[in-house]
Design a protein around this ligand. Structure first.
Ligand code: NAD
Length: 296
């Protein structure tokens, strides 16, 4: 049994922490929300009142927080994780955050004698609850190898993507591609329909032709062809458009810093911003279909 501090028990963190608890580990659960801690206690974790109580005996600290500023604060602020953890503790940050913050926090952790990886996930709330997440990790091979048995409890696919921050790079590059092919798929279905071709017939043809892609065959944004897709339940998420926009913004910020040309990523961010502006970013990200076909 390993003592693990888990900080950030929101939609994703609660499922992840409860899977670690179910595997027999001693989970110290901390969140700024008392309700979130109460849910974690129900799921078999031990609720704690502050960072000191969470991390003082922990061999591992897992964080699952909204954004880079929260990660900087939780680790680096006075009275934060760096001030209270034992030397040699392994930190796993699974939040989706900007690459620069991930690299800076890991570098500070290593200077202070800790080990740390960035380990953002894909798979959503369902994957967190089911323990089937994909982890994309950046950091030293040793830190990754120590983290892996615990990531294997929370996930199905666990990748080492290289040095610190590379997990975040994999995550934002993948999600930028996902946003782009989702929009392209919506455009194709909309064009077909406007020209008199129904969604099912277009799907049957294109899903076995060169337009085939994951947004079409696993998550079809046109209602009908893929039964489990959010398009068949009024675009209830799933993966909300707001979360997609967050990742596209991270990708654009990183692309600017790296001077990487991402013209379609820029367009994807602009289109998801319109969903936000129209107050529809609580829909699933495949709901961008409604923007494309003019039903928003
Ligand atoms: P969430 O907002 O539901 O949960 C975040 C939790 O962190 C909240 O319970 C909040 O109270 C807590 N928190 C915030 N500041 C804190 C602090 N200083 N100390 C302790 N707790 C604090 O978010 P989520 O949906 O669980 O997502 C978490 C991360 O995972 C995000 O970075 C998100 O981008 C990423 N992610 C989410 C999904 C998804 O489908 N929800 C999928 C993949 C990745």
């Amino acid at each position: 049994m390993t003592t693990i501090a888990f900080i950030g028990l929101g939609n994703m963190g609660i499922g992840m922490a409860s899977n670690l608890a179910k595997a027999g580990h001693d989970i110290r659960a901390l969140d700024i929300s008392k309700d979130a801690i109460a849910r974690a206690v129900e799921a078999g974790c031990i609720g704690v009142k502050d960072t000191h109580d969470a991390v003082k005996d922990a061999d591992i600290v897992v964080t699952m927080l909204p954004a880079g500023k929260h990660v900087r604060m939780v680790y680096g602020d006075e009275g934060g994780v760096f001030d209270h953890a034992k030397k040699g503790t392994l930190f796993i940050d699974s939040s989706t955050i900007d690459v620069a913050t991930a690299r800076a926090v890991i570098s500070t952790a290593e200077h202070k004698g800790f080990h740390m990886i960035d380990a953002p996930v894909s798979g959503g709330v369902g994957g967190a609850a089911a323990g089937t997440l994909t982890f994309m990790c950046g950091g030293t091979k040793d830190a990754f190898n120590t983290a892996k048995p615990y990531l294997d409890i929370m996930g199905k696919n666990v990748f080492h993507a290289g040095d610190a921050g590379n997990g975040q790079v994999a995550k934002i590059a993948n999600n930028m591609l996902l946003g782009i092919h989702m929009i392209g798929t919506c455009e194709a279905f909309n064009l077909a329909e406007k020209l008199g071709l129904d969604a099912q017939t277009f799907y049957d043809i294109s899903s076995t032709a060169s337009g085939q892609n994951w947004s079409m065959t696993s998550y079809c944004p046109a209602p009908g062809p893929v039964e489990s897709a959010p398009s068949n339940s009024d675009y209830k998420p799933g993966f909300a458009a707001a979360m997609m926009l967050k990742d596209l913004r991270l990708a654009q910020d990183a692309a600017t810093t790296a001077r990487a040309a991402t013209p379609l990523g820029t367009q994807a961010e602009a289109l998801y911003s319109l969903m936000e502006a129209s107050g529809k970013d609580n829909l699933d990200f495949s709901g961008i279909m409604k923007l494309i076909n003019g039903t928003i």
